[in-house]
Write a protein that binds this ligand. Structure first.
Ligand SMILES: N[C@@H](CCC(=O)N[C@@H](CS)C(=O)NCC(=O)O)C(=O)O
Length: 191
């Protein structure tokens, strides 16, 4: 059994999606980050950084934070959604890292300037608007002529999708990125 400590944010949703897709048994524990649950001593004991998501797998005894590391762990545990070898494995990790290092952090910060405090920091707003559009353009170019980020549906798609689901907060019109929109709706239709 896996215990999942999480909240309804893109990094949290990645792991919820993965656990459902992998068909693993798990229990969810809500860590309400809007109320400061992430700073409770019992949560800091499992992740001193005070960030969701975290899993504890009682089969292996491992406690793991960082959504990208959790997705890799679950893929290796089950042997699914990450090719075992070859170029497709490296490209899946490449797109997972693209999400973890660029798409996620940039889109995580962008709404503070573009949505919640627009007009207050013009330089930051301009920077995040340009970077956001550049990242969506990169994703759109990657998805042209492809059903998924790599050959088959993988942990890379699971990592990117919950971030795209917040496109309105990024002030992005998905119609301007038609390949992203088709991919977004295709994945949304999964059970
Ligand atoms: N790199 C981490 C980021 C985790 C993260 O930023 N979690 C946010 C929610 S999406 C959080 O717990 N925020 C609470 C806080 O910063 O106090 C991951 O991918 O798991």
């Amino acid at each position: 059994m896996i215990d999942l400590y999480t909240w309804i944010t893109p990094n949290g949703l990645k792991v919820s999606i993965a656990l459902e897709e992998f068909g693993l048994s798990y229990r969810s524990h809500a860590i309400d980050i809007t109320k400061g649950d992430q700073f409770r001593p019992d949560f800091l004991a499992i992740n001193p950084g005070g960030k969701i998501p975290v899993i504890i797998d009682d089969e292996t005894g491992i406690t793991l934070a960082e959504s990208g590391a959790i997705l890799l762990y679950l893929a290796e545990k089950t042997g699914r959604f990450l090719p075992r070898q070859g170029a497709a494995r490296h490209h899946t990790i490449e797109w997972l890292m693209w999400q973890m290092g660029g798409f996620g952090p940039t889109l995580g910060h962008a709404p503070y300037f573009l949505t919640y405090n627009s007009g207050q920091a013009p330089f930051a707003e301009d920077l995040f608007r340009k970077d956001t559009h550049r990242l969506y353009e990169t994703l759109n170019a990657r998805l042209e002529g492809r059903a998924y980020l790599v050959d088959d549906y993988s942990i890379a798609d699971m990592a990117v999708w919950p971030w795209v689901s917040r496109f309105q907060r990024h002030k992005v019109d998905l119609n301007a990125f038609p390949h992203v929109k088709q991919w977004y709706l295709r994945l949304a239709a999964r059970p």
